[in-house]
Design a protein around this ligand. Structure first.
Ligand code: HEC
Length: 131
């Protein structure tokens, strides 16, 4: 389902590429291309907690995400995947209760089991380059 949506999105952006400005062929002197979002397409080998993190969290917590930007204001490391001091309990509590500008994430969106896997993945960090 999501894959189908991603493919049709890609097709749509191809169809409109003349005005999207998001491609490699951005006009000289135009704005820099938008950073590419991180999706499973960029992390084909992701599994378990990492895959769930990519699915549910990385849109805000990736390198250019607003979560990373806000956290970088008060933490040494803004990217959750590069942290070495997270515990599953803290990640779960922050996600369920919401924290600062992050809305609470209800069970209907991310199950307890999935959130536990995400918490364990982050607690086992730091991971990769967050790419
Ligand atoms: C809609 C964007 C958004 C999504 C989606 C999101 N977050 Fe966040 N998250 C934020 C923002 C913004 C902050 C920073 C809150 C602040 O400091 O004001 C944050 C903060 C956090 C923190 C606190 C880190 C700290 O050290 O204080 C944790 C942990 C966290 N998020 C985990 C998650 C997890 C796990 C997911 C996925 C299940 C997730 N977030 C999804 C926006 C998001």
């Amino acid at each position: 389902m999501r894959i189908v949506a991603a493919i049709s999105l890609a097709a749509a952006s191809l169809a409109f590429s003349s005005c999207s400005g998001g491609g490699e062929e951005a006009a000289a002197g135009g704005p820099p291309p938008m950073p590419q979002p991180i999706t499973m397409a960029k992390r084909p080998d992701a599994a378990g907690g990492e895959a769930l993190y990519v699915e549910y969290c990385i849109m805000c917590h990736g390198p250019n995400g607003m979560g990373s930007g806000l956290l970088a204001r008060r933490m040494d490391e803004g990217n959750l995947e590069l942290r070495d001091n997270l515990t599953p309990e803290f990640v779960i509590t922050a996600a369920r209760m919401g924290i600062g500008n992050m809305p609470a994430i209800p069970r209907g969106e991310v199950s307890d089991e999935d959130l536990q896997a995400i918490g364990e993945y982050l607690a086992a960090g730091p991971h990769g380059g967050g790419q």
